[in-house]
Design a protein around this ligand. Structure first.
Ligand SMILES: C[S@@+](CC[C@H](N)C(=O)[O-])C[C@H]1O[C@@H](n2cnc3c(N)ncnc32)[C@H](O)[C@@H]1O
Length: 184
């Protein structure tokens, strides 16, 4: 079973107390960071069922928002629920274009080479653009997630040693937030 082929079930899982707390904590911190910005073009990478996409749309009503995910089912589900956003099925490695703000939540556990992944995200930023990317550091939760992912999702997951530019936003799960700026 691949959980991302079942968006409704995936979303239901997030009503469980530990997951809902994780999600709200992570999203709240990212919103605090991005609210002072005035992005015209926003990209959400790996938008999943569109939970944060809706918050992006409501926070930046004048902006053009593009939300992508590799799972066709997730994109279909999200686009039926969230209007005013351009949803696309895409693999982030093949993305092109330039954005003022990029948000990536929960994708990096599936990215083997964090350095290359960060380079890819950086290449999509406009000159003064910023990206916010969550990364899971090595801790008990991450190892449990790795086992869960192998069994339920049949996908390997990777743990990354966060570098200096990170902030711990959710200590229980070892979730870090990286702020990435465009390379001039
Ligand atoms: C843990 S979910 C996070 C979804 C959403 N950001 C959230 O917070 O609910 C990871 C998502 O990454 C997507 N994904 C995995 N590999 C991807 C890739 N190479 N390009 C785009 N999306 C990808 C999956 O389909 C899934 O929807």
């Amino acid at each position: 079973m691949r959980i991302y082929a079942y968006p409704r079930l995936y979303e239901l899982g997030f009503h469980l107390p530990p997951l809902v707390v994780w999600r709200l904590t992570v999203e709240r911190r990212i919103l605090q960071k991005i609210k002072p910005l005035q992005p015209r073009r926003i990209l959400e990478v790996a938008c999943g069922a569109g939970h944060f996409t809706r918050k992006l749309r409501d926070s930046f009503p004048g902006a053009e928002i593009v939300a992508i995910d590799i799972s066709e089912k997730m994109i279909r589900y999200a686009s039926n629920r969230v209007t005013g956003v351009k949803f696309k099925v895409a693999d982030f490695w093949t993305l092109e274009g330039k954005y003022d703000l990029i948000v990536v939540i929960g994708l990096f556990p599936y990215v083997k080479d964090m350095k290359k992944g960060i380079e890819k995200i950086t290449s999509l930023l406009c000159t003064h653009g910023k990206a916010y990317v969550t990364v899971a550091g090595p801790n008990l939760y991450t190892y449990l997630h790795r086992i869960w992912s192998r069994l339920v999702n049949r996908t390997p997951t990777y743990t990354h040693k966060p570098c200096r530019r990170v902030e711990v936003i959710e200590p229980t799960t070892g979730t870090y937030l990286m702020e990435i700026r465009a390379v001039p």
